[in-house]
Structures are given as C-alpha cells and as structure tokens.
Design a protein around this ligand. Structure first.
Ligand SMILES: [Zn+2]
Length: 329
C-alpha cells in the first residue's frame, strides 16, 4: 500500500493522499481544482492540460496512482465523457488514462468515478454491514447516484461504463409559484434538470429568484433562515429536495433490495437534519397504493445522510485500488 497514491479531483478541490493511514491527517495535500467552476472562461483544452500536468506532478516515480474523478467516465478504459463542474457543456471522449500512460509510462494509472469511490468508502465505513444492495447519492455541485450489489461486490455499468448519471435527467415540475415561471438552467447547458434545482449552484440561482436575504452570499445564512422558519427558505428547501426525493422513491420502487442509501455531498451534509427531515417527508408522501411501504420507520432504517468525511473519495480510491468492489459491464 505504501506505493499507492490516491488523488481526488472534484469541481472545487484537487486532493492527494498517499496511504490509508495518511488520509484525513494533515499530510493530505489540497489545492484548487483545475475546473471551469474555479476558472470561469478558461478553455476546456487548457483545463485538461492543467489536470494532466497536476496528476503527473502528484505521481512519484513508479507509483500506483488511483484517481477519483468527478466526471462521467468509463472505468475500464479511463475515458472521460463529461463533467459540468470540471468542463461545463463538454460532451467529447477524453482519453485521460491513455494520455497519462503516454506521459508517465512508469506509473500504473487507474481512474474511477468519484461516486464509485464515495460508495466504496461509505459501504466500508458506514452502511454496508448486512446490506444486499447499497446506494450512494451525492448532492453537491453536481448530482449523481451509484449502487452496488454487495452479495457479489459488483457495480453494474452500461456499455459505456456509466451508471446513475441522474443529475441531468428531467426534474419534476417546481410547485412554488415564484419559481414556476423562472428559467432553471443547468451547468450542463440544459434546463429543468434534477441538478438545476437540487445542486448547490442550482439552489443559489433559486435563492436569487426567490429574493432570499442570503441570496448574494449563498449558502451562508441559509441554515439560519431555515432555523428561523422563513417562508422563502422553507420553500427553497422543498424545491431543492423534490427531485432528489423523486429519484429515491423511484430507486426503491424498482430496486427494493436496496437496503441502505447514503446521501452525501456538500449540500446534504451542510443542511444535515433540515435536509434529512424534508427528504424523509417527501419520500413518505402517500400518492398511490404503491407507496404504502414507504413509511418513516422504513426510511429511517434505509436512508442515511452521510456525515462530513463519511464517504471520502480519497479513501474510496484506495479501496478500489485494493479491489474492494469490481465494476462490471
Ligand atoms: Zn443538466
């Protein structure tokens, strides 16, 4: 394990850790990520070149490097298809692992989706004990879901290597009258997507549309407004949670053996109990005969809002390098 280096590349941070015991300690290096989110206006080609250079620098001679990348990608080839926080509306096929191998043939490179790594760590530390299937949903600058069959320790993916890219599916309609006629753009270039309402940037846009006092410095002050039971803040929380509750209800309807789903990412973790209560309330809404089993008692056992650091992509990248879960097409 001493030669394994883990790198976690998200929309905000680029983190490097060298072994399990180091991760979480002060030896983890953290710098700003070469993302469009951090560098608005920079070309995708330039951001990709910077990413390659930073990964090259992070890799010691002859090391094994396991990368957790916040992007839709094929883990069997290391080809990256897109990431709204990293590269906006890019929809090509960036051969990241091939480029890294060409540049640094002395290094053994593995590239995993950040959800794969988050799921691995969440499963190992928090939720996997005795579960038949486990899922992990991240609600942060982007929205995505990943699940694994723990009886076979497998993450099933499609022919392109993808699973659970639900952030850019269509969201259920908003119900707040102030938001109903408001354009809901998504960082991917689309409109009305799950991420348009549920992601951090989407919530900030809705806060401005609702003219919340915290809008200009969102999310600072939002939890205070929730605590004070301000009408606008409660409405924003309902609209941000609605597409997430819809996704989770659908997952449990079509995959009832999913015994545990963790919900993590900055938005869910920072809003904590507020988020959990509203999510549970909406999941348990009785809308038809099919919902009778979705009770607060069941959901309290199956839904877990991850505490900060409970689904760590850096630790997950090391677990994946060890073969904790396999990815199967
Ligand atoms: Zn989108």
């Amino acid at each position: 394990m001493s030669r394994v280096v883990a790198v976690d590349v998200g929309g905000t941070w680029f983190r490097v850790g060298s072994s399990c015991k180091d991760i979480g300690a002060s030896t983890v290096q953290r710098v700003r990520s070469p993302s469009l989110l951090n560098n608005p206006g920079e070309s995708v080609e330039s951001l990709m070149a910077t990413l390659l250079s930073m990964l090259d620098t992070a890799a010691p001679l002859g090391a094994e490097v396991s990368i957790s990348l916040g992007a839709a990608l094929d883990e069997s080839t290391g080809t990256v298809y897109g990431s709204a926080p990293l590269w906006g509306d890019y929809t090509g096929a960036f051969p990241l692992r091939e480029e890294l191998r060409r540049r640094r043939p002395d290094v053994s490179w593995q590239v995993f989706n950040d959800l794969t790594c988050g799921l691995a760590d969440f499963s190992a530390r928090a939720g996997g004990q005795g579960a038949r299937r486990i899922g992990y949903l991240t609600v942060s600058s982007g929205i995505a879901y990943r699940s694994a069959d723990l009886t076979r320790r497998e993450i099933e993916v499609d022919a392109s290597g993808l699973q659970g890219e639900i952030g850019h599916t269509t969201a259920p309609p908003v119900q707040d009258p102030l938001l109903a006629g408001t354009p809901l753009p998504c960082d991917c270039g689309g409109h009305g997507h799950v991420a348009s309402c549920a992601s951090g940037p989407g919530m900030a846009r809705m806060a401005r549309a609702l003219d919340l006092p915290c809008a200009e410095r969102f999310p600072d002050g939002f939890t205070d407004e929730l605590r004070e039971r301000r009408h606008g803040a409660r409405s924003l929380l309902r609209e941000a949670v609605r597409p997430v509750a819809h996704v989770l209800r659908t997952i449990w309807q079509i995959s009832p053996h999913t015994d545990v789903i963790g919900v993590g990412g900055g938005v869910a973790e920072n809003l904590g109990t507020f988020y959990e209560q509203e999510l549970t309330r909406q999941i348990c809404e009785q809308r038809s005969y099919a919902d009778r089993w979705l009770t607060p008692e069941l959901i309290s056992r199956r839904l877990r809002i991850a505490r900060p650091g409970e689904a760590d992509c850096l630790r997950g990248a090391l677990l994946m390098a060890e073969g904790y879960l396999s990815v199967t097409k």
